[in-house]
Ligand binder design. Sequence first.
Ligand code: ADP
Ligand code: MG
Length: 461
Amino acid sequence: MNEIVNRVSDPKLAWKECLNIIKDNVPHITYNTWFIPIKPLEINETTLKVQVPNSFFVEWIDEHFNTLINKTIIHVLGDQGELQFKIKDDSNEPELPFEPTISKQERVTVSVAEEKVEFETYLNPRYHFENFIKGESNQLARAAAYAVGENPGETSFNPLFIYGGVGLGKTHLIQAIGNRVLKKNPKKKVIYISSDVFTVEFVEAIQTNTVNNFSNFYKKMDVLIIDDIQFLIGKEKTQDLFFHIFNTLHQSGKQVILSSDKPPKDLKGLNERLISRFQWGLSADVQPPDFETRIAILKNKSETYGIYLTNEILEYIAHNITSNIRELEGCLIKLLANSSLNSKEIDFELAKKTVKEISTNRQVNISIDNIAKVVCEYFHVDENKVREKNRKKEVVEARQVAMFLSKKLTKSSLKTIGLHFGGRDHSTVIHAFNSIDRQVGEDLHLKETVDTLRNKIELNI
Ligand code: ADP
Ligand code: MG
């Protein structure tokens, strides 16, 4: 009797008992990688709350050990037993019940009281200044971003224009500004949008005769953040509209933040008047990280993933993955995956193998066919069906997600994407893109699915 009382009142005891069962049911390395880093926090009769290093853990555990955990917790805490995860050191992170629908990130919804409209900021709370590693390569961009976050619209950095190659932290920085502004003043109207989604929304507004609403909505923002502005090249009408929005905001002292893969003057094909306005404020670049920064990033991220890497491994990765921070992150995730899937310790050999895989993948461009394959596998849908005129719900969903990811992850035109999915028209692709883009904002389960698929495709895991 005493034992049961202790077990339901002491989180450590309850978790210890769970671990005893889990230990016997998974390989040693899997146990060490995924279960040892979990810390019991509290218990209330049937619910045991534990802390995990990050949301990747929750995802992984859900995907691979769902049944084992459910059975274990029921064995230890009875039929109503439930495990809840709390993600370490992230006060913005919602607490996640252990259900297959696990939210990786929660989009923040802001109410604008006086107008009674709700809109999504599309900011990912995971991007903030505290977890952005400083280095020579991003010094100016970070300092400027920080200043703007503290005093939006009140510095001479308006617009703030951050540019640089892929995976170097542009999106992270510009979203960190938005999150900072809202943290200081939740009433501010902040919105983040990538320029291709902006374009797609604009096209939709034209089709539905709501261009005025569309443009007024953006003109009311306190902080407008537009990512990857280079996608506006060649889109004259969207550029015109953006020009007017920009002017209205700038004249009323509102903050505009932009990112691009090139400095303003190199954005050939963008209207000159836009380019000249982009140069009014401050342009700052992010460069590939130097060796020391790469080590610092690897150390920081491996800690959040709850893994320990020897100096030899850290240096090996930092010497071989040099151009891109997203790849550094990808390497760590893949290292974890390789170690766990093959029941192997993370040692120097495994690190070498993983780095080699990453370098090989880099050569391979992501293809629409591969996206279709991965998505169909995931949804258990026959690949041929997404190319036929099949309107079954699950086929439509798989087709739309595959189209959405094809647009996001490849440089293919809408027309090409349409052709790969049974010769569909480009407007069908736009519709699919819009539809999924909207739904991921509302449906956390779908968002989770899309993120998982993206990882699978990009990292080939
Ligand atoms: P970009 O928008 O330039 O392509 P992202 O902002 O998406 O790049 O960055 C890619 C990944 O690398 C993100 O997960 C981001 O959090 C991470 N990252 C980039 N720069 C840093 C940094 N200085 N410190 C920590 N993480 C970083
Ligand atoms: Mg980006």
